[in-house]
Design a protein around this ligand. Structure first.
Ligand code: GAL
Length: 449
């Protein structure tokens, strides 16, 4: 067996987010978030599941850190629930909520696990939603204040910060498709939200620099590699538009200080101008320390005049393998994406802040044999390895997810974890993939046949 050896300082981690695992939705002074409201609205979530209890991580974090230790994680990426810190989104600080994260960080550090904090992984305080949420520019200043509270409290201990997780999902699934909280279907509003999220990212980075903190700050985008189904002009144009829609709409502002031209024109013709103020693009494109990438699948695109979205149609090849989300398994896409980012956008360090797969795991006699997840991870690690060999500065990798959890509109029906969670008893069981990952981390290499 050949071993592919990773760089000595390569970071092996795993990721979660607050609403998906914490539960304790109304405890210790926490305010409501838009996801509390959304999941409590009948018909929004598969099986009407909610995050009220989730993995009960709020009460079981010590046990969960023990499991991280057992796997051997170098680092753990989690997010902070804004309404736990500021129940109304602004104003009074909820000390108990803050204490939870201070304790979590201390315990992680004691366990030798580097904490990476995402400031916003979608659980906006409902009180701010009532004032328009991210469509209202005022939310930006409250976000900066919230970030400042955390920088003051945790800035000396936490060395890696992520402003936003997947602003594309927040804007377009939350405000255009209505599949996610707050469940709005208004594409113009979604474009304003996307812009406001980006401005808030810029202002938080600026604040971070002003405070002279020693750590690093960046943003996590959901990115995919886009391919044209054929060589025809029509297909290639559709693929190019998809590239602008899914990747460029956030990459271009962050690294080039402008929106992708073609799609920007289409949007403007259709919806008119959104509110972009003087200085916004400079704020958005100021220097960051790293880029976080969430990669799950590719997009294979052809032109279909009947498609409701500018002729863009996504093809799902029959011969491919798919996860339980019906996402095509396409590890080469990660290699293509990493090299493209490095060539076209940035030579800053790159982190895979999420990658992983849902399968219909079964627990049998206390064991979860998830060979398909092992294969998925191994193939994606190989792509990361190839990119590193080619000189792309990929510095770390976080499996999504540490444990099975609340998969947004899918509720608990999709299991992404390295750890199996029995939601009736809250018993955690390491899946075979967790033991496999343990060995990868220990040897800092993957074995290939
Ligand atoms: C990402 C998201 C995660 C997780 C994952 C799997 O979009 O950041 O919270 O749900 O997808 O679908």
């Amino acid at each position: 067996m050949t071993k592919l050896q990773f760089p000595l300082d390569f970071v092996w981690g795993s990721a979660t987010s607050s609403y998906q695992i914490e539960g304790a939705y109304d405890e210790d002074g926490k305010g409501e978030s838009i996801w509390d409201i959304f999941s409590h609205t009948l018909g929004k979530i598969n099986n009407n599941d909610t995050g009220d209890v989730a993995c009960d991580h709020y009460h079981r974090y010590k046990e969960d850190i023990e499991l991280m230790k057992e796997i051997g994680l170098d680092s753990y990426r989690f997010s902070i629930s804004w309404p736990r810190i500021l129940p109304n989104g602004k104003g009074e600080i909820n000390q108990k909520g803050l204490n939870f994260y201070k304790e979590l960080v201390d315990q992680l550090l004691e366990a030798g696990i580097e904490p990476v904090i995402t400031l916003y992984h979608w659980d906006l305080p409902q009180a701010l939603q009532e004032e328009g949420g991210w469509a209202n520019r005022d939310t930006i200043k409250y976000f900066v204040k919230y970030a400042e509270v955390l920088f003051d409290e945790l800035g000396a201990k936490v060395s890696q910060w992520i402003t936003h997780n997947e602003p594309w999902v927040v804007s377009f699934l939350g405000y255009a498709e209505g599949e996610h909280a707050p469940g709005i279907k208004d594409r113009k509003q979604a474009l304003q939200v996307a812009h406001n999220l980006l401005v808030s990212h810029g202002l938080v980075v600026k604040k971070f620099r002003e405070l002279d903190l020693t750590g690093d700050i960046g943003i996590t985008l959901n990115l995919t590699s886009v391919y044209s189904y054929s060589e025809t002009d029509k297909d290639q144009e559709a693929a190019q538009l998809m590239e602008e829609y899914i990747n460029g709409w956030f990459l271009d502002p962050v690294f080039k200080g402008s929106y992708p031209k073609k799609l920007a024109q289409i949007y403007e013709n259709q919806f008119g101008k959104i509110d972009i103020q003087a200085g916004d693009m400079d704020l958005i494109s100021q220097e960051i320390d790293f880029l976080g990438i969430n990669y799950y699948s590719r997009a294979l695109i052809n032109y279909n005049p009947n498609s409701k979205f500018y002729g863009i149609e996504s093809i799902k090849p029959a011969e491919s393998d798919y996860t339980a989300m019906n996402w095509e398994i396409y590890p080469d896409g990660l290699y293509d994406l990493l090299t493209k980012l490095n060539q076209e956008y940035t030579n800053k360090p790159l982190y895979i802040t999420e990658n992983g797969a849902a399968f219909d795991d079964q627990i049998i006699a206390g064991q979860v044999n998830d060979q398909r997840r092992i294969n998925y991870l191994k193939e994606h690690f190989k792509s990361v390895y190839r990119a590193i060999q080619d000189g792309v500065p990929v510095r770390g990798y976080y499996v999504w997810s540490l444990m099975d959890n609340f998969e947004w509109a899918y509720g608990y029906s999709k299991r992404f974890g390295l750890i199996y969670v029995d939601y009736n008893t809250q018993k955690r069981t390491l899946k075979d993939s967790a033991y496999w990952y343990q060995q990868v981390i220990e040897e800092n290499s993957i074995g290939i046949d």
